[in-house]
Design a protein around this ligand. Structure first.
Ligand code: ADP
Length: 468
C-alpha cells in the first residue's frame, strides 16, 4: 500500500514540492539567524570597546585610582549582574574590579592575556558562566601601558532574542511545510486529473468503441498538446482499423469466388457421371482457379514483405528502355485483340538502378489495367523519358477513368472501383506496383478524369544505391 502511494506521481511531486519549500526556507532561516547573531554580537563588541575607551580616558586624567572608581560606578549604574570590570596587570594580577559576586566564576584567561600582549589588539571571547549556564562576552583591552581592562557583559537579551527568533521560525516553518504540502497536492491533483481523463478514455477504448476522444481545455499547454496528439493518434488508429476491416471484408469476398468455383467443380465431378474429357476440363478449371488463388496469396505476401522491409530485391543498373519496349511488345497483341490502338514513345538509353523483375511486375500491372479498363476503339499510350535525373514512365488510356475521390484509394489492397467489378481482378495489382516503386524510392500516382480516361505516372530516381 505504502509502495503504491509512493509510486504515484501525485505523491512524489507533492513530496518534492514540500521538500524544496522546506529546504529553501531552512536555508533562508540559517542565513537570517547568522546575520542577526552577527549584528547583535557586533553591537555588544562595540559597547565593550566604548567602555574600554572610557577607562583609557579616565586613566589618562585621573590615573589607575580613577579607573578603580569608574569600574565600581559603571557596574552599579548598568547593573552588576549585567556587566563587570576588572583592571589587571599584564601578569594577570588583579588591581581593581567591580563587585564580582555574580561573575566570580569568570576567570582571567592566560591565553587571552598572552595574545593581547603579543598583538596589542583587543581580544574578544564568548564564555559560559559555569554557575548560571548563561553566556557572556568578554573583552581584554590595554587601557594604560601596564593596565589591562577585562570587561564582560551578559548575553541574556541576545540569547533570548535568538531563541525567540528560532521559535518564530520553527512555527513559521511548520506552517510553510503544511501549506506547501496542501497547495502542492492541490496543484498536482488539478494537473493530474487531466492525465487521469486521458487514461480513462484510453481504458474505455476497445475495438468497438474507437469514437471516444478526450476534450482539451484549449489553453494550449503541454497537456493540451498531449490531448491533441492522443486524439490524432486515435483518429489514425480508427482509420487503420476501418481499413483493416474493409480489407478483410474484401479478402473474404475475393477468396470466396474462386473457392466456391473450385468447390462447384469438385461437387460436379462427385455427383455426375461424365466423360474423361469433361473430368479433365473440370480438373483444368480447378487448377486455373487454384492458380488464381495462389497468385493472390503470393502477391499479398510480396506486398507484406516489402512493406515490412524484407523484400529480396536485387538492385542493378538496368536498361529501362529495353524493359519497357519488351513489355509493350507483350501487351500490344492483347490491345489489338480488343481493337485498342496501342502506341509508345520511349526515349533511347534510359538506365536506372532497379530490380528488373520487380519493376517489370509493377509496369505490367499498369499496362494490364490500361488494356483491361479501356473499351474497344480506345487508345493506350506509353511514354518514357528522363527528367532531372528521374526516369518518368507514363501509361495513358482513354478508358473508363477513375473518380478523383478514389485516386488514392485504388492503391489500397483489395480496393476496386465498383464500376470495374465486372472485369476480372483482385484489387492487388496497384497496391503491389506502389510497394515496388516505393522500394525503388520512386513515386506512382494517377491523374486524368472520368470521361477522358486515366494517366498513371511512375517517377524513378536513376540511382538507388544504399536503399535496401
Ligand atoms: P484490379 O485487379 O482490380 O485491376 P488493381 O489494383 O490493378 O486491381 O486496380 C485497382 C482498381 O483501380 C481497379 O479495380 C480499378 O477500379 C481501378 N483501375 C486501375 N487501373 C485503371 C485504369 N487504367 N482505368 C480505370 N480504372 C483503373
Amino acid at each position: 500500500m505504502r509502495d503504491k502511494i509512493y509510486n504515484t506521481i501525485a505523491f512524489r511531486l507533492a513530496l518534492w514540492f514540500t521538500g524544496i519549500f522546506a529546504v529553501c526556507s531552512g536555508f533562508a532561516f540559517l542565513l537570517f539567524y547568522y546575520l542577526a547573531a552577527q549584528t547583535l554580537q557586533n553591537q555588544i563588541d562595540r559597547e565593550l570597546t566604548d567602555q574600554a575607551s572610557k577607562f583609557t580616558a579616565i586613566i589618562h586624567t585621573s590615573g589607575l585610582m580613577g579607573a578603580r572608581q569608574l569600574a565600581v560606578l559603571e557596574a552599579q549604574a548598568a547593573g552588576e549582574k549585567l556587566i563587570f570590570f576588572r583592571i589587571v596587570y599584564p601578569t594577570g594580577e588583579v588591581f581593581a574590579s567591580s563587585r564580582m559576586s555574580y561573575w566570580e566564576n569568570v576567570h582571567i584567561s592566560k591565553t587571552a592575556l598572552q595574545k593581547l600582549t603579543a598583538q596589542k589588539l583587543n581580544i574578544f571571547e564568548t564564555v559560559e558562566i559555569p554557575s548560571t549556564g548563561q553566556k557572556a562576552r568578554i573583552l581584554y583591552s590595554y587601557v594604560a601601558a601596564n593596565a589591562i581592562l577585562q570587561t564582560g557583559v551578559a548575553m541574556d537579551v541576545y540569547s533570548k532574542f535568538l531563541s525567540a527568533f528560532k521559535l518564530v521560525f520553527i512555527s513559521a516553518m511548520g506552517f510553510i511545510v503544511l501549506f506547501s504540502a496542501v497547495s502542492g497536492r492541490l496543484l498536482v491533483r488539478e494537473t493530474l486529473s487531466r492525465v487521469e481523463t486521458i487514461t480513462r478514455t484510453a481504458q474505455n477504448i476497445s475495438g468497438s468503441n474507437l469514437e471516444a476522444r478526450v476534450r482539451g481545455t484549449g489553453n494550449k499547454d503541454e497537456l493540451d498538446h498531449l490531448v491533441i496528439t492522443f486524439n490524432s493518434m486515435l483518429d489514425r488508429i480508427e482509420a487503420l482499423v476501418k481499413s483493416i476491416r474493409e480489407m478483410s471484408d474484401n479478402i473474404a469476398h475475393d477468396l470466396k469466388t474462386p473457392v466456391t468455383r473450385i468447390r462447384g467443380f469438385a461437387e460436379l465431378a462427385l455427383v455426375q457421371e461424365e466423360s474423361l474429357d469433361a473430368y479433365r476440363s473440370m480438373a483444368a478449371n480447378t487448377i486455373e482457379e487454384s492458380d488464381r488463388l495462389l497468385d493472390m496469396i503470393n502477391t499479398m505476401l510480396i506486398i507484406s514483405k516489402a512493406e515490412a522491409g524484407e523484400g529480396d530485391y536485387i538492385f542493378d543498373n538496368i536498361n529501362l528502355t529495353a524493359m519497357i519496349e519488351e513489355a509493350c511488345e507483350l501487351f500490344a497483341p492483347l490491345a489489338e485483340d480488343k481493337r485498342i490502338s496501342f502506341s509508345n514513345e520511349i526515349e533511347e538509353g534510359l538506365v536506372v538502378e532497379a530490380d528488373i523483375r520487380m519493376l517489370q511486375r509493377a509496369f505490367s500491372n499498369l499496362l494490364d489495367n490500361a488494356v483491361k479498363y479501356t473499351p474497344g476503339g480506345g487508345c493506350v499510350r506509353v511514354e518514357a523519358f528522363m527528367e532531372n535525373r528521374t526516369a518518368v514512365i507514363r501509361v495513358m488510356d482513354t478508358g473508363m477513368g477513375i473518380p478523383p475521390e478514389f485516386h488514392e484509394k485504388i492503391f489500397d489492397r483489395f480496393f476496386r472501383v465498383d464500376s470495374s467489378r465486372t472485369n476480372s481482378g483482385a484489387g492487388l495489382g496497384l497496391s503491389l506496383a506502389r510497394t515496388i516503386i516505393r522500394q525503388h524510392r520512386g513515386e506512382i500516382y494517377v491523374s486524368g478524369n472520368l470521361s477522358k480516361g486515366s494517366v498513371f505516372e511512375i517517377r524513378l530516381p536513376i540511382n538507388n544505391s544504399g536503399i535496401i
